[in-house]
Design a binder for this molecule. Structure first.
Ligand code: TXA
Ligand code: MG
Length: 343
């Protein structure tokens, strides 16, 4: 298949959105930018295209995808019930990187929800995403636009790498501002539960819903056949080709740990800004210590870069496990296949 790459800028955003919308309404899948990561989009009314999304990604058939909307009328098409708590969160965080789980309407295809009776919905804030959804006139189902198992794409180049020849159009909206996927919050149970941490943190959500908690499945390894609230938690995600180990401890201990490695061939490190000089192997800073926002912005980008450079293994100075860094810690722990050591 021929792939077209179109750069969406202020001046041509309507024309690019029109092109994307025409393809989406013709039952094609299109890679689109969002403020979190790039998404592989299909109109929720195009059953064949929805199947194509899973096929292109090589995504497991039991991992449901997120529906993207551009106004609250669209929410009513897919959510059977909109609790007061969701309206409050929407007021505060939409458009933006928060996904909420609702009971679904009959109209929502089982291909999107994998047979579950709930649907995940997000209202993205990226201007190109908004324009494309609006022009299509339909909610768009979109998982992250990586091949299944690879780190999520945060630039159009990443999409080109994974999807060239597999989709008719990649829309380039520049590097993603957030850099990790949205916070996924379930409102289906008695208390609001974060199923996937993101840049909208537990503390942010507690300002609106003080009773919110983080699912314990976020922190641990979930068994193959275990039933979980969010099927995505089961899979080994975000794995680069290079072998990842997460190292807990301060900078001194991290440096000593690296110095103690027997074989440093093809070995590199991910550290915080300003620490490079002290690291005895090639070092890639991925953000500021204690600043989850900067860490999130760079983490997937750097994991992909290490693969491009042919690195064999990377030792990562572990980020904080709370606040906004929880999202980064969660992605890195999964990229490491739960290989976490204390220095
Ligand atoms: O930021 C994002 O959320 C990006 C951009 C493209 O919007 N999308 C994204 O989609 O990360 P994906 O498919 O890679 O992740 C969707 C997550 C998965 O962990 C999935 O299991 C969960 O949302 N999910 C989807 N529908 C669900 C549902 N009904 N109940 C529970 N979890 C659900
Ligand atoms: Mg994904």
């Amino acid at each position: 298949m021929e792939t077209e790459l179109l750069r969406a800028e202020k001046e041509n955003i309507d024309a690019v959105a029109r092109r994307a919308a025409d393809l989406l309404n013709a039952g094609k899948v299109v890679a689109i930018p969002t403020e979190t990561v790039y998404g592989l989009a299909a109109s929720i009314w195009q059953e064949e295209a929805l199947r194509e999304v899973y096929a292109v990604k090589g995504r497991p058939q039991d991992n449901p995808v997120i529906v993207h909307i551009s106004d609250l009328d669209m929410l009513e098409q897919v959510a059977a019930e909109i609790p007061e708590s969701a309206r409050k969160l929407a007021d505060r965080f939409w458009p933006g990187p928060l996904t909420m789980i609702f009971r679904k309407t009959e109209k929502v295809s089982d291909v999107i929800t994998c047979g579950m009776d709930t649907v995940a919905v997000r209202y993205p804030s990226h201007p190109a995403a908004m324009a494309i959804i609006r022009q299509t006139g339909a909610p768009l189902a979109a998982p992250s636009a990586n091949l299944s198992g690879r780190p999520s794409p945060t630039t159009a180049e990443h999409c080109v790498h994974d999807l060239w020849g597999k989709v008719p159009l990649i829309v380039d909206g520049g590097p993603c501002d957030v850099g990790v996927e949205s916070t996924v919050l379930s409102l289906a149970g008695e208390v609001p539960v974060i199923l996937r941490p993101g840049i909208v943190s537990l503390e942010d959500i507690r300002q609106v819903l003080p009773e919110a908690v983080v699912s314990e499945a976020v922190k641990r390894k979930v068994g193959e056949n275990e039933k979980v609230e969010s099927p995505g938690l089961k899979y080994r995600h975000y794995s680069p080709v290079c072998d990842v180990t997460l190292v807990r401890g301060d900078l001194d201990r991290f440096v000593r740990y690296l110095e103690g490695l027997e074989d440093r061939e093809g070995v590199c490190a991910m550290c915080f800004e300003g620490e490079e000089e002290r690291i005895p192997v090639p070092a890639f800073p991925y953000g500021k210590e204690g600043d989850g926002r900067s860490q999130a912005h760079n983490v997937f980008y750097i994991l992909r870069e290490l693969d491009d450079l042919g690195m064999k293994s990377v030792y990562v100075r572990a980020p904080e496990e709370d606040g906004r860094s929880m999202a980064v810690s969660n992605r890195l722990t999964r990229a490491a296949g739960f290989k976490v050591v204390e220095a």
